[in-house]
Design a protein around this ligand. Structure first.
Ligand SMILES: [Zn+2]
Length: 404
C-alpha cells in the first residue's frame, strides 16, 4: 500500500469537508447543522469505498464498520464539528486517517472488527456543551441535555429531529455495549508546538492534562489616586499583580505545569482611582493529578496570603476541576512500538487540550496518536499538516491496529 497516495487523498478529502460550512468565507460547522448533512454524504462515500458498512446513530455520529475476526470491536474516530473560523484538520483528519487505515487493511484482516466514528459534536459550540457525540456513544448522555436551546431558541431535541433523526427517547440506542469493545484510539493533530520543537512527525499520547479553573475576587478599597498616600492603600490590582508574578514563577519551577491568570477585570477602572476590586481567573493544568492538586493548593494559598498581608478580602466565586485522563498503558506502549517499527522515535507526551478520548476513557481503554502541527497553531484557518506526516501517521496507525 502506498501511504503517500493515501495521505494525498486524506488531504483532498479534508478540503472537501472544509467546503461544508454554515458561514461563507470561514469554516464553521456545528452539531446537527445543514452542512453536517453534506459532510455525512461525503464521509459515507469515503467509508463505503474503503469497504465499510455505514450507519448514523441517534445523536448524529456517523460510523463505518469494517468486518474483522471479532467478536469484539476496536474503535477509532474523532469529531466532524468545528469551532468558528476553524482549520481543516482538527477532528476531521482523525476520521479520514481511520478510513484510510481501513482502506489499507481491508476486511477480515484484523483480530477485531474495526469501526471509525465521526463524532457529531466535540467542540460544544451550538449547545455550549462539548462532547455530545462521544457522551452518547459512551452511554453518558443525559435526557435533560435534549432541552438545552441554541442561540436561536432551537432545542437540542428539535435540532436532532430536523436533522432527520428521532433523538428524543432514542439517544440511549447510540450507546455501545462496552463489554464487546476492545478499546478506542484517536488520531489527532497535536495543536501545540512540542512535536515540531522535537523535530518529530508523531507522538504517543500518555493522557490528557487535568485542569483547575478558579474565578475569584480581590476586594480592597477604591479611593482617590491623588489624595490617598501610598502607605496603607488597599489596592486590589496591586495584590493581583503580586500574585500573577508568583503564578508565573511557580509555573516555571514545576516541569510541565502551566498556570495562567487569563482574565482580570479591574474596578472601578478609572485612571485616577485606586482599584478597589479585581475579578480574575486562574487556569492551572498538569498531566499528573497529585501535581495538579498540589499546584492548585499552593497558588490559592499564596493568593490568600497576599490578600491578608495587603488587607484585601479574597472570595472564591467558582472552582471547577477536570481530572487528569490517563490513556491505557498497554495501548500507549503499542502505539509507541508501532512508531518504533516504522523508525520513528517512540516519543511520548501529554495532551494539553481535551478530546473525544477524554470521554471514551471513562468506558474503554484508550490511546491517541498525535501528528505534528506546523507552527503549533490550531483553532485557526492557518492550521496545517504535511503530507509526509499524514502518510507516517496512516502507516503507524495501520501497524498499531495490526498489533492488537
Ligand atoms: Zn479536536
Amino acid at each position: 500500500m502506498n501511504y503517500t497516495t493515501l495521505a494525498h487523498e486524506c488531504l483532498k478529502r479534508a478540503d472537501e469537508l472544509a467546503a461544508c460550512t454554515e458561514s461563507p468565507g470561514i469554516l464553521k460547522r456545528t452539531f446537527m447543522s445543514e452542512p453536517m448533512q453534506r459532510v455525512h454524504t461525503l464521509v459515507r462515500g469515503y467509508m463505503q469505498s474503503a469497504g465499510m458498512q455505514v450507519r448514523v446513530d441517534a445523536l448524529g455520529n456517523i460510523i463505518g464498520h469494517l468486518e474483522g475476526k471479532g467478536p469484539k470491536t476496536f474503535l477509532t474516530g474523532s469529531h466532524l464539528d468545528t469551532v468558528p473560523d476553524a482549520g481543516k484538520y482538527d477532528g476531521m483528519l482523525g476520521v479520514l486517517i481511520g478510513i484510510a487505515a481501513a482502506q489499507a487493511i481491508g476486511a477480515h484482516n484484523l483480530a477485531h472488527h474495526f469501526e471509525v466514528i465521526g463524532f457529531s459534536d466535540e467542540e460544544g459550540v451550538r449547545y455550549k456543551m462539548p462532547y455530545l457525540g462521544s457522551l452518547a456513544i459512551a452511554g453518558l448522555f443525559k435526557q435533560e441535555y435534549l432541552a438545552r436551546v441554541d442561540e436561536n431558541g432551537v432545542t437540542m431535541a428539535d435540532a436532532i429531529k430536523n436533522f432527520g433523526l428521532n433523538g428524543r427517547e432514542d439517544f440511549k440506542s447510540a450507546a455501545y455495549d462496552f463489554s464487546q469493545v476492545a478499546g478506542f484510539a484517536e488520531v489527532h493533530i497535536e495543536q501545540g508546538p512540542v512535536l515540531e520543537a522535537e523535530n518529530l512527525a508523531l507522538g504517543a499520547v500518555t493522557g490528557l492534562v487535568g485542569q483547575s479553573r478558579v474565578k475569584l475576587f480581590y476586594r480592597g478599597l477604591a479611593s482617590h489616586a491623588g489624595t490617598t498616600p501610598m502607605r496603607g492603600r488597599r489596592d486590589a490590582f496591586s495584590a493581583l499583580s503580586e500574585l500573577n508574578v508568583f503564578v508565573e514563577k511557580y509555573g516555571l519551577s514545576i516541569p510541565n505545569l502551566v498556570a495562567t491568570v487569563g482574565m482580570a477585570q479591574v474596578r472601578p477602572g478609572g485612571a485616577n482611582v485606586i482599584p478597589g476590586e479585581v475579578y480574575f481567573s486562574l487556569d492551572i493544568r498538569h498531566g499528573d493529578q497529585p501535581v495538579l492538586d498540589r499546584a492548585t493548593e499552593v497558588i490559592l494559598g499564596e493568593a490568600a496570603a497576599i490578600a491578608k498581608r495587603r488587607g484585601i478580602d479574597m472570595q472564591i466565586e467558582t472552582q471547577e476541576s477536570q481530572a487528569v485522563v490517563k490513556c491505557d498503558t498497554t495501548l500507549v506502549n503499542k502505539t509507541a512500538s508501532a512508531m518504533e517499527f516504522h523508525s520513528h522515535k517512540p516519543f511520548r507526551l501529554a495532551s494539553g487540550a481535551g478530546h473525544d478520548t477524554a470521554i471514551m476513557s471513562k468506558v474503554t481503554p484508550t490511546a491517541m496518536l498525535f501528528i505534528r502541527s506546523p507552527g503549533g497553531i490550531s483553532h485557526n484557518p492557518i492550521e496545517t499538516v504535511t503530507v509526509e506526516d499524514v502518510a507516517a501517521a496512516i502507516e503507524v496507525f495501520v501497524a498499531f491496529l495490526r498489533s492488537l
